[in-house]
Design a binder for this molecule. Structure first.
Ligand SMILES: Cc1ncc(COP(=O)(O)O)c(C=O)c1O
Length: 390
């Protein structure tokens, strides 16, 4: 038995000690305060963005990002992937946008760039792209095409932080970007997420959207503006937007600050692990030609070359028998268009328009890639996969 969970040791003793140290203080401040601000500052520095807003999950980052886009651009369409996490689509719907779906590029598992550009209309308010399982989904054509058409890009980097495009970290190429610190990701705050932007006005809005739409969350400059316009209101209780409470806590921020110190070293090990995995996998059975340049994965992508039901069943059985946890469908369980939450919006047959994601839905899986995986175990996994008989 290989006993291989999706994630291991992502929160270690030193992270817990940091939380314990906070709790040992006399009357510690636990609600959002200086550790959250410091974590945001340190994260911005690490990610190379100007501003970060720490929230209680990656889904919350998705939500306030879409809410900000709606405030900025008004109602309309948002182009989204068919392979992504549910909250990327749910946030689009919850903010009153119409999602427009795009099939995948098989090498990046991100959106097919030509299809994205083809689907832009005068009603397009943004492209909400997901970088899947550590692979970069950007290319020059997309960035130039969006810029020429004046369509904002929002990057979901929840599964891919540390990955780069042209040497620059993902999360830097659009109007806003999102990150998740869920336990199974590159690093964890137990639960948590970050919404980032380089735009100072958007940053003010994201801070307010995180906290009831409350103006006192913004900078003195923005607060003064609202107070002047609304002299009838208590300055502490001015609500600029119908928003949410998606704040996190000092405890989560302390864990995040401790984790961030190890992130680069852990990511470097994960990158080596993926290279070894793809190099030793039988390329005749499994896809090994992913766009690995600049990638940074916390999972091994395992996708059959052919639509072979018997082989898929045999692979899943072999993984289970060996104690190896996996997720069929890869990110978010595969083709979102097949999910019940979307069928009554897009219809029962919409999934048929996206055959490439549908292949991944049935013949794709992922397996955990964590920093302390030994080389021998990765080789053992490849040997097991290469000899599975249909
Ligand atoms: C691409 C993507 N976006 C958003 C999320 C949501 O993050 P969270 O689980 O922190 O809410 C996930 C979750 O795993 C994800 O994979």
């Amino acid at each position: 038995m290989l006993q291989w969970p999706l994630m291991r040791n992502n929160i270690v003793r030193e992270d817990l000690e940091a939380a314990i140290e906070l709790l040992r203080r006399d009357d510690p401040m636990l609600t959002q305060s200086s550790n959250v601000r410091e974590f945001e500052r340190e994260w911005s520095e690490w990610a190379g963005v100007k501003h970060s807003v720490f929230v209680n999950s990656g889904s919350s980052a998705n939500l306030i990002t879409m809410a900000a886009l709606r405030e900025l651009r008004g109602a309309g369409e948002v182009i989204v992937p068919t392979l992504t996490w549910v909250s990327d689509i749910a946030s689009v719907l919850q903010c009153g946008f119409t999602p427009v779906f795009v099939d995948i590029d098989e090498r990046t598992l991100g959106m097919d760039v030509d299809e994205v550009l083809r689907k832009i209309t005068p009603r397009t308010r943004g492209v909400f792209l997901t970088h899947i399982l550590g692979y970069n989904a950007l290319d020059e054509n997309l960035l130039k095409g969006l810029e020429a058409r004046g369509v904002p890009l929002i990057e979901d980097v929840c599964e891919s932080y540390g990955a780069t495009f042209k040497g620059r970290k993902l999360g830097n190429f659009g109007l806003m970007s999102n990150f998740s610190f869920y336990y199974a990701h590159h690093m964890s705050t137990v639960e948590g997420g970050m919404a980032c932007t380089n735009d100072p006005e958007l940053y003010e809005m994201l801070r307010m959207l995180r906290s009831h739409g409350m103006v006192r969350e913004a900078s003195p400059r923005v607060r003064a503006r609202y107070q002047e316009r609304h002299p009838d209101l208590n300055p502490d209780f001015i609500f600029a937007f119908p928003a949410y409470n998606v704040r996190s806590t000092e405890i989560n921020a302390v864990i995040g600050r401790s984790q961030l110190k190890r992130l680069d070293a852990n990511n470097a090990k994960r990158t080596e692990n993926l290279k070894l995995f793809l190099k030793n996998l039988d390329a005749k059975r499994y896809r090994t030609d992913f766009a690995v340049e600049g990638s940074c994965n916390y999972a091994f992508t395992l996708i059959l070359r052919e639509a072979d039901d018997r082989l898929a069943q045999a692979v899943m059985r072999a993984l289970s028998d060996a104690g190896i946890e996996f997720r069929r469908g890869t990110s978010g369980g595969g083709n979102q268009l097949r999910q019940p939450y979307l069928r009554n919006i897009v219809g029962d047959n919409a999934w048929k328009a996206c055959p490439k994601v549908d292949h991944v839905h049935f013949y794709g899986m992922y397996i955990g890639n964590y920093p302390d995986l030994e080389k021998e175990r990765i080789l053992e996994l490849c040997a097991l996969l290469n000899k599975v008989c249909a």
